[in-house]
Each structure stands twice: as C-alpha cells, then as structure tokens.
Ligand binder design. Structure first.
Ligand code: ADP
Ligand code: MG
Length: 375
C-alpha cells in the first residue's frame, strides 16, 4: 500500500524517478526482519535447550516457562532419583520374608511406580502370579493370589482394607510400604531413595530468581519433610492423591500463579496435564513424557533452571529484535519514499536487517552452556 501511494505521488509530480523510488520502497519495507524475529529465536533456543538435555515438545513451552511464577515438584522419581532400594523388611506374621517379597513382586508386576520396580528387582524370578490386580494411584496396589486377597501400599491405604493395626514407627524419613491381607499385616518394607545431587542447587537458584517452590507428594509428611529440608523447600504438602495434587495447582492458578510442574508421571499425570507448563522426567512414565511440554533428558535436575534462564533470554531477544526491526523500518521507509535510497541500497538494507535478526538469535545458541551452578 505504501509503495503504491509512493508511486502515485511521484507520478503525479511527473518525476522520471518514480519507478526506482517505488522499487526501493517496496524492497526496503520487505518485512523479513519482523517475521524472522520470533521463529529464529525460538529455533535457536530450542536447539540449545535440547543440547542442555531439556527437550521442548510443545510450541508454547519456552514462552510459558519464561513466565512461570511457581515451580511445583513431585517427590519420588523427581527430586529423588527414583532408583529406590529396599533397605529393610520387618516381618509381622508367620509368612517368611521370601514369600512376602514374592507376593509383593507379583502384585507390582505391571506397575510403573519406582517402588514396584524395586520389588521386582529384589525378587526377579517370582513364581507366584497375581490376578485381579488393581492399582490405586498414590496409595498402592491390590490383587488376588490363590483365592487370597492382598493389599500393598502406604499405611493409610492398608488401614482402609485391613482390620489389623500395626504401629508404624517413624523410619527416619524413609518411605514405608505394608503388605497385608484383610485380617493381618504381614510385612513392613522400608525404602531408601537418593535425592538428586543438584536438587538443592536447583531450588536455591529458583528461589533467587524470585520463584515460589512447592513440593507435592503422596508420601507421608515425615518422608516429605526430609526431602524438603535437604533441598530447601519450605512449602510442603504430603499425603496427596493425584486429584489432590491437581486441586492444589488449580488453587494456585486461581490466585494468578503460572505453574510449572515437574513430575515423573507416576501418580502425577493429572497434575502435569493441569499445569501451565509441564516438565516430565525422561526416566519416568512414557505417557507423561508423550504429553509433556518439556522432557528432561539430562540426569541433572538443575538443567530446569538453566532452561528457565534460557527461556527468559529468548523472550528478551525476541523483544529486542522486534524493536530493532521496527526502528529500522521507521527510518528506512520514509527515506526510501522520499527518494534518498537507491534500489540496490534498499536490497542491501533489507538483507542486512534480516542478517542482524538471525545473528542476534544465534547468540542464544552460544550462551547458557552448562547448568545452573555457574550462576
Ligand atoms: P510421590 O508423590 O512422592 O511421587 P506417589 O504419589 O507416587 O508418591 O505415592 C505415594 C505413596 O503411595 C508411596 O510413598 C507409597 O507408599 C504408596 N504407593 C503408591 N503407589 C504404590 C505402588 N505401586 N506400590 C506400593 N506403594 C505405592
Ligand atoms: Mg512420583
């Protein structure tokens, strides 16, 4: 439109230069720089993120991550490595330890929970098979073995189904799982799980950036507190079912929070789906990874902070480039319309402005190497 107005104006003035001026205007206003600003920055940043080990899987991931105000974490398999080991077994009935383990492994045969994997690992050649297996997310599993109904899970869950009451002493923050039939508790298993070595770095970096950090877990408060104290999280909510975790972030969102949820997808798939931006642990459930906005492939959780900082820089570079492109057009268009720019110079200006945009975006793939430790 501008170019046709310019052509009409110079023709009406009877100028023999009307054609070169019109061409110069047309070329100089080519909106390459404006339209390149966002895609080049996003592409460069996505490549850099993938190099760090945080794979963006959805288009909005970077932008939402940059705006996140609350970082919410799951415990098992997220802040902890999820490589859970059975550390102690307390036998309460007549059934020997090996049998209890075999029954537990049979009940857990189809579960993706890290606890399940450790049972199967502890008893790889289980000869018993369980039928009617059903899993209650965040609680435990049930199943039938030779006409006997079995329950395996946290103390609250067992108390709902079993008339026997056992006193569970505080296991120093260890996760405990009970094996029971309707009338008695047969064994109490204690599990050890390591915290990611850089989890505390991640939390302190997020707090330094002014973010609220929350731990949501289905485990007991004493276990949750041990992890929270070790990583520096003050806001801890324990004994949550998957739907409670979702309700918690919905409440945060109602208050205006933009929630970035990190989980392994085992018992936290609904909350991952409900968050504004979700980060799935690559080591977690495959379904979670398939539907998450970002997938953490690196085994260092502090990559999440590196990713956050990169997303903030990406938006800054997009803004900067758009301002630059607008500034260029404000100067170049009137100059061309007034006949001060030759068509060949307009072509150079247009190409150069696009080049500046691309080079500016490429800065994103040079910075931010390494993880949060370097501040
Ligand atoms: P987190 O929120 O820490 O990831 P979950 O919600 O997955 O924990 O599980 C909460 C608790 O429920 C576990 O600590 C465990 O006691 C019990 N539980 C959940 N799933 C299972 C399972 N498959 N087998 C045994 N116990 C389970
Ligand atoms: Mg979990």
């Amino acid at each position: 439109t501008i170019a046709s107005l310019v052509a009409v104006f110079w023709l009406s003035q009877g100028s023999p230069e009307w054609l070169p001026i019109t061409i110069a205007t047309l070329v100089v206003t080519c909106p390459c720089a404006l339209s390149l600003a966002t895609p080049t920055a996003i592409t460069a940043a996505s490549g850099q993120l993938a190099k760090l080990g945080l794979l963006p899987a959805r288009g909005h991931a970077l932008e939402t991550l940059a705006h996140a105000s609350h970082f919410v974490f799951d415990k098992t398999g997220t802040l902890t490595v999820g490589n859970i080991r059975l550390s102690a077994t307390r036998i309460l009935g007549d059934l020997p330890e090996e049998d209890c383990l075999e029954i537990a492994a049979a009940l857990e045969a189809h579960s993706e929970h890290p606890i399940a994997k450790s049972f199967v690992h502890a008893c790889p050649q289980a000869s018993v098979h369980a039928g009617d297996i059903s899993s209650t997310p965040g609680h435990g599993v049930t199943g039938t073995i030779v006409a006997q109904h079995w329950f395996l899970g946290k103390a609250d869950f067992i108390a709902q189904h079993c008339s026997d009451s056992v006193s569970i002493e505080d296991a120093g923050g260890q996760t405990q799982v009970l094996l029971a039939t309707r009338d008695r508790v047969h064994a109490v298993f204690s599990f050890e799980d390591e915290i990611h070595e850089d989890a505390a770095d991640l939390i302190s970096a997020l707090k330094r950036a002014g973010k609220s950090v929350t731990l949501l877990t289905g485990d007991t408060l004493s276990t949750a507190k041990r992890i929270a104290d070790a990583t520096g999280i003050a806001d801890v909510h324990a004994n949550l079912k998957p739907e409670d975790k979702l309700a918690h972030i919905k409440a945060l969102q109602k208050e205006g929070a933009i929630v970035a949820m990190t989980g392994d997808g085992v018992n936290d798939a609904p909350v991952l789906a409900g968050a504004d931006v979700s980060i799935a642990m690559g080591t977690g459930a495959q379904l979670a990874a398939a539907s998450a906005d970002l997938i953490l492939l690196s085994n260092r959780v502090s990559t999440i902070d590196a990713g956050y900082r990169l997303s903030v820089r990406t938006l800054a570079i997009i803004r900067q480039t758009l301002m630059w492109a607008i500034g260029y057009n404000i100067l170049a268009v009137p100059a061309a319309a007034m006949g001060y720019i030759q068509p060949w110079l307009a072509a150079i200006g247009m190409s150069a402005s696009s080049l500046v945009v691309v080079l500016n975006a490429l800065r994103l793939s040079k910075q931010g190497r390494g993880t949060s430790g370097e501040g």
